[in-house]
Design a binder for this molecule. Structure first.
Ligand code: GAR
Length: 210
């Protein structure tokens, strides 16, 4: 089984979806630890309920971003993970950190990347009048929310949608595509190469698997 470390800052519903998939036997991996930069993140409770080790690293207790990321890296590496999963981890990571985990660092983002990198994605999709919105799992690179895409799930935007209703529907889809991407990786089916993302020996399009 592959070893996974999950980083969170909040509710951890994506963490829960991955825990559930592991327990259901659809991911050939196990979560070695869940690390949060917030002591009150509900995802820590989810991890404890599943018998997973937890750790809090409060970024405010470090002199700067580099010092925090270095401590975070040391903590993660103590578990020797095959895969590091950002699941609502709301911190920008240094290039050094990201490079260290090249090809084994995933993020999930609540938009159809490359649209709406950063925050307030649902509101921005509404304001743009988009007919379609969604979420994306991608490999993390130095460009914020800019790494190669693995899988995207679209939803239609309807006339009576607001940011909350979009967020709810997108979140539900996140809980399907994140375990899927993690299962591919853990089964050895997914690789990041110089020429892009490869799934089962085939190059994915730049938009990822849809
Ligand atoms: C998710 O919607 C995820 O896409 C988003 O935070 C939420 C975490 O929810 N991530 C980002 O915005 C990253 N910039 P969760 O804690 O319930 O999994």
């Amino acid at each position: 089984d592959k070893k996974i470390v999950v980083l969170i800052s909040g509710s951890g519903s994506n963490l829960q979806a991955i825990i559930d998939s592991i327990e259901a036997g659809t991911i050939a991996g196990r979560i070695s630890a869940v690390i949060s930069n917030k002591a009150d993140a509900y995802g820590l409770t989810r991890a404890q309920n599943a018998g997973i080790a937890t750790q809090v690293l409060n970024h405010k207790q470090f002199a700067d971003r580099a010092a925090f990321d270095q401590a975070l890296q040391e903590s993660i590496d103590s578990y020797q993970p095959d895969l590091v999963v950002l699941a609502g981890f709301m911190r920008i990571l240094t290039p050094e950190f990201v490079r260290h985990y090249a090809g084994r660092l995933f993020n999930i983002h609540p938009s159809l990347l490359p649209l709406y990198k950063g925050l307030h994605t649902h509101q921005r999709a509404l304001e743009a009048g988009d007919r379609e919105h969604g979420c994306t799992v991608h490999f993390v690179t130095e460009e914020l929310d800019g790494g190669p895409l693995v899988v995207q799930a679209p939803i239609p935007v309807t006339a009576d949608d607001d940011a909350d209703s979009l967020q709810q529907r997108v979140h539900t889809l996140e809980h399907r595509i994140y375990p899927l991407a993690v299962s591919w990786f853990c089964a050895g089916r997914l690789k990041l190469t110089d020429a892009g993302v490869v799934l089962d020996g085939e190059h994915l399009p730049p938009s990822g698997f849809r």
